[in-house]
Design a protein around this ligand. Structure first.
Ligand code: BJW
Ligand code: ZN
Length: 250
């Protein structure tokens, strides 16, 4: 007895294409704060309009840079958790599994996931704020943003801020995978940030089953099969129930 509905397990076993879509909750058990938790969330302590918009960077690049340097130091110290490992094992089990994440960490890659589609960029990458050219990683204690060799513009993290478009190729691949999916696993996202929150909607419209793994309710609840609880507990159990031969990578 796994506690999962038998029809859910059967649909997952039969699925040829699964879209796994993750958010900050997937990395919470690694020790990274989410954004919208009322106590511990980043947006409970900092104002997104002061730190995560192009205007904020134009007004006060040093403050924004230092905040991301602090985030880099935090991210560099954490390791993947059981949820990341279960997702990597699912990908190894099913060639038709696509992994798309809003997370700017690299924990899926460290857990062994391949071809991760990053919708909101990476906190570790840099680019020029003026001309967009990629810039090299710098020590995480550098206090001020370096200048671009090509145009003299300021260096910024290669993440997607509010009001900025998502990387086109990544968004196209994610939307295509949503159209084609038999099942979407939505893991640890509040499903409030667009256009990422559109993915399960696109998939549902095209006939997919939406499975949500989250300890708290979200706007996705009414269209999803809801598995309430931490991803690091639920995903390994789901993996074992659907694919008993699925090997958890260490
Ligand atoms: C667990 C757990 C455990 C906890 N296990 N679960 C349509 C309608 C309304 C607004 C818009 C719209 N279209 C666009 C917008 C505007 C805006 C937007 O969506 N605003 C809404 C907030 C209202 N979107 C944008 O601006 C986007 N760009 C865009 O649309 O461009 C088009 C355009 C451009 C120019 C001109 C015209 C059009 C860009 C959005 C970029 C988001 N950026 C951030 C920051 C990234 C960099 C950084 O890290 O600093 O991305 S904001 C932040 O939110 C971050 C995340 O990726 C994103 C999503 O958050 P996520 O992952 O869902 O985290 P939380 O904290 O919200 O939720 C965590 C969940 O985990 C919770 O549910 C917990 O319960 C759960 N949980 N423990 C499982 N153990
Ligand atoms: Zn430049």
């Amino acid at each position: 007895m796994t506690g999962f509905a038998p029809e859910l397990l059967e649909t997952l076993r039969r699925a040829e294409r699964i879209l796994i879509s993750t958010g900050a909750g997937c990395s919470a058990e690694s020790g990274l704060p989410t954004f919208r938790d009322p106590q511990q969330g980043l947006w409970a302590k900092y104002r997104p309009q002061d730190l995560a918009t192009p205007d904020a960077f134009a007004r006060d690049p040093e403050t924004v840079w230092r905040w991301y340097q602090w985030r880099r130091r935090v991210h560099a110290d954490v390791a993947p958790n059981a949820a990341h490992r279960a997702i990597a094992a699912m990908q190894a089990q099913l060639s038709g599994a696509t992994l798309v994440t809003q997370n700017v960490d690299r924990l899926h890659e460290l857990a062994g996931s391949r071809a991760v589609i990053h919708l909101h960029g990476s906190v570790f990458r840099n680019k020029c704020a003026a001309c967009g050219v990629p810039m090299p990683e710098v020590p995480h204690d550098l206090e001020s943003p370096p200048r671009c060799d090509s145009c003299g513009g300021l260096c910024r993290p290669d993440v997607v801020w509010f009001g900025e478009g998502l990387p086109q190729e990544e968004w196209r691949a994610a939307a295509e995978a949503a159209e084609a999916a038999d099942v979407v696993l939505s893991v640890g996202t509040s499903s409030t940030v667009y256009p990422a929150a559109e993915l399960p909607v696109i998939a549902k419209r095209a006939g997919a089953l939406i499975v949500q793994i989250n300890p708290a309710p979200t706007p996705l609840d009414r269209v999803a099969h809801n598995l309430r609880g931490p991803a690091g507990e639920i995903l390994p159990k789901l993996l074992a129930a659907v694919w008993p031969s699925g090997v958890l990578l260490q």
